[in-house]
Design a protein around this ligand. Structure first.
Ligand SMILES: [Fe+2]
Length: 287
């Protein structure tokens, strides 16, 4: 791939922030090592209380509806297995990494991630796709690149915001100013962290016009679900209930050619997503 000088400079800066917290990195190394055992992995993952809290919050959110709550790292590892635990620890590590700059950014990051995750899981469940809980993780972290730009490219972020205020489409403004979109930055980081292909692909395509992607048949159903979930999450509820419902229906209908959504009641599902997010927020508030 040939990069223009500006995009190359941005890549160097992204590489500089790509390191995961050391504890998560060591846990992943142990997960990848066939000679390590459950106790060793749990001992390393449990060293950082912040990471443990996020990990347990995430597993209880993704698996919300389980009769018994997951209360320990070992429990999470045993019920999830190595591959799902690996996804979970990277997702938790990056939630930890991209927080703490400002309360407003943290809240926006979490609220957006939670809604996209819940939408992804619920749409996957209604479509009877395999592993809707894995879709939860795809949705949870699909927009990571946006927060990378907000937190690590502050001056460029201001220029992008000014361009958007002047009417430029946000993704176009990112491409023009950084040479990269937030979708590309997120997908690059997930590739760097050796995340599964479905997580990389769903982040990469989440703002693409999928009708123009060729060949469309090669896109995973998880990518199509996260695309819809991202579009639904981006609808501003502050626009009023009538306007919100109208945009909701329109967004669903725009994806009917890609997913079998005909039997889904968009407004009812939206209410279910909101209720589930509220319940998850309560879990988070307690832990
Ligand atoms: Fe996005």
């Amino acid at each position: 791939m040939t990069l223009d000088p500006r995009a190359r400079e941005v890549l160097q800066r992204i590489e500089g922030i790509a390191a995961l917290p050391t504890i998560a990195r060591r846990a992943i190394d142990l997960l990848d090592n066939p000679h390590s055992n459950v106790d060793q992995i749990c001992a390393v993952a449990s060293v950082d209380p912040g990471l443990v809290t996020l990990l347990l919050r995430t597993v209880n959110s993704a698996y919300f509806g389980l009769r018994s709550r997951v209360t320990s790292v070992k429990h999470a590892l045993v019920i999830l297995g190595i591959e799902k635990f690996r996804r979970l620890i990277v997702a938790s590590a990056l939630m930890q990494k991209f927080r703490g700059v400002s309360k407003a950014v943290d809240e926006a990051f979490w609220d957006h991630a939670l809604h996209a995750a819940q939408w992804s899981k619920e749409i996957g469940r209604h479509l009877r796709l395999d592993n809707p809980d894995d879709l939860y993780i795809c949705g949870l972290i699909h927009n990571t690149g946006h927060f990378v730009i907000l937190l690590y490219f502050k001056s460029e972020s201001k220029i992008i915001e000014a361009a958007v205020r002047s009417g430029a489409p946000p993704v176009r403004a990112e491409k023009d100013i950084l040479g990269w979109t937030h979708a590309e930055i997120g997908a690059w980081l997930f590739h760097h962290w050796k995340m599964p292909e479905e997580i990389i692909e769903s982040a990469f395509y989440h703002h693409h016009d999928l009708r123009r992607v060729k060949p469309k048949k090669d896109l995973r159903s998880s990518t199509l679900v996260v695309h819809l979930a991202a579009a639904l999450t981006d609808i501003d509820p502050a626009s009023g209930a009538y306007d919100y419902d109208e945009k909701l229906e329109k967004t669903f209908r725009s994806h009917e050619g890609l997913l079998a959504l005909q039997d889904i009641d968009a407004v009812k599902l939206s209410d279910e997503v909101s209720a589930a997010c509220e319940a998850v927020r309560k879990i988070f508030a307690k832990s």
